[in-house]
Ligand binder design. Structure first.
Ligand SMILES: Cc1ncc(COP(=O)(O)O)c(C=O)c1O
Ligand SMILES: N[C@@H](CCCC[NH3+])C(=O)O
Length: 416
């Protein structure tokens, strides 16, 4: 359930008609619902219950300043993967002391910036990174809080491009090397070991791999304690999937409660979760207008004004996202269409073989576009990127203007 619903045949985002947003801001346009974001965040936070915990929203899923600000106001933590994401969290009012910094390739400049801002911890992915963080912290004469990202080697059973917890992936430190890497960290003077983390993949639709990964980490936590290394938190990453089509992922409440249950009796160990998609995906839609209907020899094409540069998931992962009409009233015949964009690539489609009744000028909405939508948008084909609108009850707030064509093309210029 989300806050995008039909009323009298018109699609609404909370109390704002989606057609009004399109009229005011042109298409394509991303539309987010504040109430949905809040409800999803609370689903995780409430379900963990009384066990000490922190929900660190994964900024990469949607780093829109309005979205970050909604979550910051709830007291959310944040999982970041770059200095740029940290800057956005701070600009949106987020607390750096609730930020965990993930990623395999943190630069010295990013580490310095994060230390200066006083983040909660670095999720470290290699011994080389430990040495780099230690050196930057020594330079600043501080101790850097670190956790090691352990690769628990569980099969997340998701798309190979977004599975991260297998031995073959570039992420994390192998389970077999975990103890020695913690021991190495303990010898580095400017590091403070505070936690352990993992992240096994994205768009997971089963609970078992998460629980399996947590159990493997807990065994390691106990082995470390035997060696005198005591941790303050355990971060199980993100990755909970959403229903795009007919997937049936566990509800965030069931997921968070199952993990919290596994932590019973370990109250000294704060549980950190890093959900991205499960908070943002169904809090957003992308609205596009039909430009032309084209009859191919084998197919009908609905050519729309959004393209793979605006939403790349279908092209990149063959991802399926529902495409619906913004206004249900139509005289157009129901037919099967490929919904395609104007970009010069065969892979430029938003959906294939979709049964729709559409005519030029009609508005369509791509559902579940709040996560990995705008953040993965580009200017490919020198196209503008869409505006982003956050709806808050009856208000539409422009959080990001559509790029002006002039920003991309400065008009006349002369060669030097
Ligand atoms: C380290 C880390 N944490 C959290 C996430 C968020 O994942 P999701 O959006 O699937 O919840 C990701 C992305 O997969 C990630 O790499
Ligand atoms: N970008 C991916 C998810 C990647 C998760 C990042 N670790 C998607 O659209 O599904």
């Amino acid at each position: 359930m989300d806050h995008f619903e039909y009323r009298d045949g018109h699609l609404y985002a909370e109390d704002v008609a989606v057609a009004d947003i399109a009229a005011a801001h042109q298409t394509p346009v991303y539309v987010y619902s504040r109430a949905t974001l809040e409800r999803h965040w609370h689903a995780f936070d409430d379900a963990v219950g009384t066990h000490p915990h922190l929900i660190c929203y994964a900024v990469k899923a949607n780093s829109n300043l309005g979205v970050l600000s909604v979550l910051a106001k709830l007291g959310s933590g944040f999982d970041i993967v770059s200095g740029g994401e940290l800057a956005r969290v701070i600009e949106a009012g987020g607390d750096p002391a609730r930020v965990v910094f993930s990623g395999v390739g943190k630069t010295s400049a990013e580490i310095r910036y994060a230390l200066e801002q006083g983040i909660l911890c670095f999720n470290v992915e290699s011994p080389a990174e430990l040495h780099r963080i230690n050196a930057v912290a020594a330079d600043l004469n501080v101790k850097a809080p670190i956790s090691l990202r352990i690769n628990p080697d569980v099969d997340a059973k998701t798309h190979p491009y977004i599975s991260t917890g297998l031995k073959a992936n570039k992420f994390g430190i192998a389970r077999e090397q975990a103890l020695q890497t913690y021991e190495l960290a303990a010898t580095l003077e400017h590091l403070n070991i505070v936690g352990m983390d993992c992240h096994i993949g994205s768009q997971l639709t089963e609970l078992a791999p998460f629980v399996d990964a947590l159990d493997r980490l807990l065994t390691l936590v106990d082995e470390l304690a035997d060696k005198g290394i005591h941790l303050q938190h355990l971060d199980v990453g993100g990755g909970l999937g959403v229903p795009y089509q007919d997937e049936t992922p566990p509800h965030p409440k069931a997921y968070a409660a199952a993990l919290a249950e596994r932590m019973a009796g370990r109250e000294a160990l704060t549980l950190i979760l890093e959900p991205g998609r499960a908070i943002a995906a169904n809090a957003g839609i992308m609205v596009t207008q039909v430009e032309f209907i084209k009859e191919g020899e084998d197919k009908h094409f609905a050519i729309v004004d959004a393209a793979m540069n605006d939403l790349i998931r279908p092209a990149l992962y063959s991802a399926w996202q529902n495409i619906i009409r913004v206004d249900t009233h139509t005289q157009a015949p129901l037919r099967v269409y490929d919904v395609v964009g104007p970009i010069c690539e065969t892979g430029d489609f938003l959906g294939r073989d979709r049964e729709l009744a559409v005519a030029p000028g009609d508005l369509l909405a791509v559902r579940s576009a709040g996560a990995y939508g705008f953040v993965m948008a580009s200017n490919y084909n020198s196209r503008c990127r869409p505006a982003e609108i956050l709806v808050d009850k009856a208000q539409m707030r422009v959080v990001r203007e559509r790029e002006n064509q002039k920003d991309l093309w400065k008009g006349e210029y002369k060669l030097p």
